[in-house]
Ligand binder design. Structure first.
Ligand code: ADP
Length: 484
């Protein structure tokens, strides 16, 4: 790996302001999914080290939360500057460890940094309230205080942004954090922690637990009484497990879980814009985001034309190595991901779906899968109810607006949804009818640090980004002052 600053590639992890190994010296390799080459090696920590990291976050808490928001912002702004100065190195590390096409990795490095900048500012605006009183001898006030030590557990598909989206608001609010990054992408987390250290973050304020065995570490984070808040992004299954664990000590939880995003194209839509929007939503990160279009519903009258244009545009997407500048679709993150995609496509084909393009493993081998469009897909196929997490677009047909809304809502998930339409009345009706936390209207790209990101139903609880994202790390305290 060619880095401008090779010291950003760590073999030790960051706890209590120190770079350390596992107690017993255990380590695990991080592997490039494109060729199986070892990219790096990181400490394989267990419960003992996790407890110590939590203790160090607890020790750091009183001083950190007592700082003015402006002082905390000063450290966060320095961190942001350093992240931005190292975008290229962060992108290289990210692409090599989890296969994101390099152009998208650069985009994520900036996107991830944006959260740090935004929350550095927003931390200054954690305003309280003064409530008009019910009793002239009393005054009623509300103050907002940091929740305490936070446990953050993050996935591999956005190795930087999923960390900064939690850590930046937590730190801005005055909390301290223990982060457990995904085992597929710990190197980006360590590079980010190194830059936070260089920015002058005090020891213990941010700690990183690298492990190949998330179960016991997750158990500790979700049951240790010192942790007051769990912020998790990942599968619904693990999210439910953590939520159940958190109940034991009534921890506050924010969960950003799975999605099954519908993408609806109505007959009054701008067809070319819808094709481009569907590609942007479906194939970002090679189809591996929780807000990727998972079900594309097209109104019957325009179905054939849309399918033709979409398949044509999709078939020109360039599949290749993540670090190649021309690549639009990279390898999938690991063998399990490849097998899942393969199983879902086989199931759809057996139940009567057709293939417009792709449909099998890519000739490049390893974890590459062809960019695929399936036609005549129906609700009984597994692709309709499961997250595909790969470059496969299933096209469904519908007749009426009500039917489209009903089909779109026929899932336990409720994260992102999208639709393309022209009529203003329809835009309102459909926006109000979709049971989702986020809706892209005539756009396939919705994510920034500026808006509340999150889902309803089994897609989660809480919001990240925007002032809502800061509130997740603040407690509300009521002060009633008498004798006035
Ligand atoms: P994905 O399908 O995105 O890999 P996971 O929910 O398996 O989703 O992983 C998301 C994060 O949750 C990762 O950091 C992973 O290590 C962690 N994780 C997986 N299993 C557990 C568990 N039992 N307890 C805590 N964290 C877990």
């Amino acid at each position: 790996m060619k880095l401008n600053d090779p010291t950003l590639l760590h073999t030790e992890t960051y706890i209590d302001g120190q770079w350390v190994g596992a107690d017993g010296g255990e380590a695990f390799d991080v592997v490039n999914p494109a060729d199986g080459a070892v990219v790096g090696s990181v400490p394989d920590l267990g419960v003992g080290e996790t407890r110590r990291a939590i203790d160090s976050a607890n020790r750091a808490l009183p001083e950190w939360r007592a700082l003015t928001a402006k002082k905390r912002a000063s450290a966060l702004k320095k961190w942001h500057t350093l992240l931005m100065e190292n975008v290229e190195d962060i992108a290289q590390i990210m692409s090599l460890e989890m296969g994101k096409p390099i152009r998208e990795s650069r985009g994520e490095a900036v996107f991830g940094s944006n959260f740090v900048e935004w929350f550095a500012e927003e931390g200054k605006r954690a305003y309280g309230e003064i409530i008009p009183t019910h009793d002239v001898s009393k005054r009623l006030l509300v103050v907002r205080q940091p929740i305490g030590v936070v446990g953050a557990i993050t996935p591999w598909n956005f190795p930087l942004a999923m960390i900064t989206r939690k850590v930046a608001p937590a730190l801005a609010a005055g909390c301290t954090v223990v982060v457990k990054p995904a085992e597929d992408s710990p190197l980006t987390a360590l590079a980010a922690a190194d830059l936070a250290d260089r920015a002058g973050l005090p020891a213990g304020v941010l700690n990183i637990i690298t492990t190949s065995n998330p179960e016991p570490v997750g158990q500790e984070i979700s049951t240790n009484p010192i942790i007051r808040k769990i912020s998790f992004t990942g599968s619904t299954e693990v999210g439910k497990h953590l939520m159940a664990n958190a109940a034991g000590t009534v921890k506050n939880v924010s969960l950003e879980l799975g999605g099954n995003a519908p993408f609806i194209v109505f007959d009054d839509a701008d067809m070319d814009a819808a094709v481009q929007g569907a590609i942007a939503s479906k194939y970002r990160n090679s189809g591996q985001t929780c807000i990727c279009a998972n079900r594309i519903y097209v109104q019957a009258g325009i179905y054939d034309e849309f399918a033709k244009k979409f398949a044509e545009a999709v078939s020109s997407l360039k599949v290749g190595a993540a670090v190649d500048d021309a690549t639009e679709i990279g390898p999938l993150v690991n063998q399990d991901a490849l097998e899942k995609v393969e199983t879902l496509v086989t199931d759809a084909l057996e139940k009567g779906a057709g293939v417009l393009t792709g449909g099998k493993r890519h000739a490049l081998g390893k974890t590459y899968y062809e960019v695929t469009v399936l036609t005549n897909v129906t609700s009984d196929m597994r692709v309709a109810s499961e997250e595909i997490f790969g470059p496969v677009a299933p096209l469904y047909r519908f007749e009426t607006e009500d039917e489209a809304i009903a089909l779109a809502n026929d899932t336990t998930y409720g994260l992102a949804s999208y639709f393309y339409a022209g009529d203003l009345g329809r835009i309102w009706r459909v926006s109000e009818g979709l049971e989702y936390g986020m809706i892209g209207i005539n756009t396939g790209l919705i994510s920034t640090e500026l808006h509340p990101f999150g889902g309803v139903k089994e897609s989660g609880i809480g919001r990240e980004g925007s002032h809502h994202g800061l509130s997740e790390f603040l407690e509300t305290k009521y002060l009633c002052m008498g004798g006035i």
